[in-house]
Ligand binder design. Structure first.
Ligand SMILES: NC(=O)c1ccc[n+]([C@@H]2O[C@H](COP(=O)([O-])OP(=O)(O)OC[C@H]3O[C@@H](n4cnc5c(N)ncnc54)[C@H](O)[C@@H]3O)[C@@H](O)[C@H]2O)c1
Length: 293
């Protein structure tokens, strides 16, 4: 992998940022910005001027508008948080990088691999950092699940089952690969974290159940070979009503000395075979479900 250099920011005072995208997740990011001493909200940009204004009004002095270049220049912003819908990640992030601003983006990095590679190239060309937020590895119970995986000896198979039936409305109803692009990225990344392994190959079948209310394929099964030979199997549906899993899905890890399971919310469970050095120390406290896509 080539090393990429990017400009770093000085640590003189909080970093003024513009949040682009004042939808559901954009408003969550406004809360994170408000809670951090390291950043200050300089402005909010959205295609919907009223939504941008309402979001900017949550912070004193923050500007609002529909044009990123204008808001960035007038507010003195030095970084952008891109929380737009996936189809807008490419144009918004390209524009921010061209303005000389580093970008913290929401997942998916872009709507396709080609677009994501284009963004990586643009970031390198601009000498600015483009990074995509990955929140799941900060989930306390996922970290506990990972810790328990370390005690199972050699690992065989990690599985995730994800079945929910949300009626979002909006971009997810019309995008081409709603489950894989907008949701499955979370468990795929979490699996890398749990196994401390990278995918070597993948076979995936994506399809749309006949009753699906999504235009794109809302169900998929993927089998990854990971480094070290472990298999990761994901199966999920976004139109799977009844006995729904948590938003993080249900997890099972099968290893040489036993099995660990996690319901995606509460403490993980471990069942080791009698010969193993089982260490069932108290589980980490529950930090609640993450009802987010
Ligand atoms: N990490 C997570 O847990 C998590 C959770 C939910 C959503 N997300 C991601 O956050 C992003 C936004 O999701 P959401 O649920 O807030 O969607 P949303 O539809 O509620 O909001 C998207 C906003 O972006 C605005 N927008 C679209 N194109 C734009 C453009 N070119 N310029 C400026 N504004 C534009 C829309 O007007 C809308 O207000 C998506 O990429 C989604 O996958 C991540």
């Amino acid at each position: 992998m080539s090393s990429v250099t990017f400009r770093t920011v000085s640590d003189a005072g909080p970093l003024p940022v513009v949040v682009v995208g004042a939808g559901a997740m954009g408003r969550a990011w406004l809360g994170a910005v408000a809670a951090s001493p390291d950043v200050v909200l300089a402005g909010v940009v959205d295609l919907d001027a009223d939504a941008a204004r309402a979001a900017a009004d949550t912070a004193p002095g923050a500007l609002a508008g529909t044009d990123l270049a204008a808001v960035a220049a007038a507010s003195g912003a030095r970084a952008v948080i891109d929380v737009t819908s996936p189809a807008a990640h490419l144009p918004v992030t390209l524009q921010a990088l061209a303005l000389g601003l580093p970008v913290l983006g929401e997942k998916p990095a872009a709507a396709s691999v080609a677009e994501a590679l284009r963004l990586a190239a643009a970031a390198e060309h601009a000498g600015q950092l483009f990074m995509v937020s990955q929140s799941r590895s900060h989930h306390r119970q996922l970290r506990a699940f990972r810790d328990r995986a370390r005690r199972l000896g050699r690992l065989g198979v990690l599985t995730t089952e994800f079945f929910r039936a949300p009626r979002f409305g909006g971009f997810r109803d019309t995008m081409a690969h709603p489950l894989l692009l907008d949701m499955a990225i979370h468990p795929f990344d979490a699996a890398r974290y749990v196994l401390d392994a990278e995918p070597v190959s993948v076979r995936c079948e994506e399809f749309n159940p006949s009753w699906s209310w999504y235009a794109g394929d809302a169900a998929a099964t993927a089998v990854f070979e990971m480094t070290g030979g472990v298999r990761y199997v994901y199966t999920g549906s976004w139109c799977g009503p009844g006995l729904e899993t948590s938003w993080n899905g249900g997890w099972r890890l099968s290893g040489e000395h036993g099995t660990a399971t996690w319901d995606g919310e509460g403490p993980p469970r471990v069942s080791s075979d009698p010969d193993a050095d089982a260490d069932l120390d108290p589980p980490a406290p529950d930090d609640g479900p993450q009802d987010i896509a």
